[in-house]
Design a protein around this ligand. Structure first.
Ligand code: NI
Length: 179
């Protein structure tokens, strides 16, 4: 369906059954590229372009950028809670309601791009260190949305989620001829 393809340009995530260290290294490398790729996709857009929905009835490009900053902040935080607590209940938030708050409309994209750059840098420092003791990636938290997740699955989803939203933006740009 056209609508679904615009919303899930990469398809939905099909989690790896048994993630290997090589998988983790690849996802961690992907995470390292998200902020710069997102920046290069949006920094030349005009305000009118940033305020264009990526699909009919969908979020604007600006809302997508601010959404990524908020989801990644939450994901980073619950990842660290799972490292330091036993099987914590992870926090979640009403993503659609967040996207209607004022900052998603008025805060410049640059602010969230800078947040993402800084946040991913800290996450990468942590992830690189954890690769020395890969058993830690089997620690778990409980997500209200996805149930019990290992940290390996959380890394996979984090990397996928960034690529997923970037693909929504590149899809819009290519349909609109903004490239
Ligand atoms: Ni999302």
């Amino acid at each position: 369906m056209e609508e679904d393809r615009m919303r899930y340009p990469l398809g939905r995530l099909v989690p790896a059954a048994n993630p290997t260290t090589e998988d983790l290294e690849r996802w961690i490398m992907d995470i390292g590229g998200i902020a710069a790729t997102l920046r290069s996709e949006v920094e030349k857009l005009t305000m009118a372009q940033l305020l264009t929905p990526y699909r009919p009835g969908g979020w604007t490009v600006l809302q997508v950028v601010h959404h990524l900053a908020d989801t990644d902040l939450n994901a980073y935080f619950r990842f660290k809670r799972a490292l330091t607590e036993d099987e914590p209940q992870a926090s979640t938030f009403r993503e659609d309601a967040f996207a209607e708050l004022a900052d998603y409309r008025v805060t410049p994209a640059e602010v969230s791009l800078a947040m993402l750059g800084a946040l991913h840098r800290r996450f990468l420092d942590l992830l690189q260190d954890l690769l020395q003791t890969p058993a830690q990636f089997r620690r778990t938290f409980t997500s209200p949305k996805h149930g019990v997740m290992t940290l390996a699955q959380a890394v996979e989803r984090f990397a996928w989620h960034g690529r997923h939203h970037i693909a929504q933006i590149t899809g819009l740009k290519s349909r609109m001829g903004w490239n």
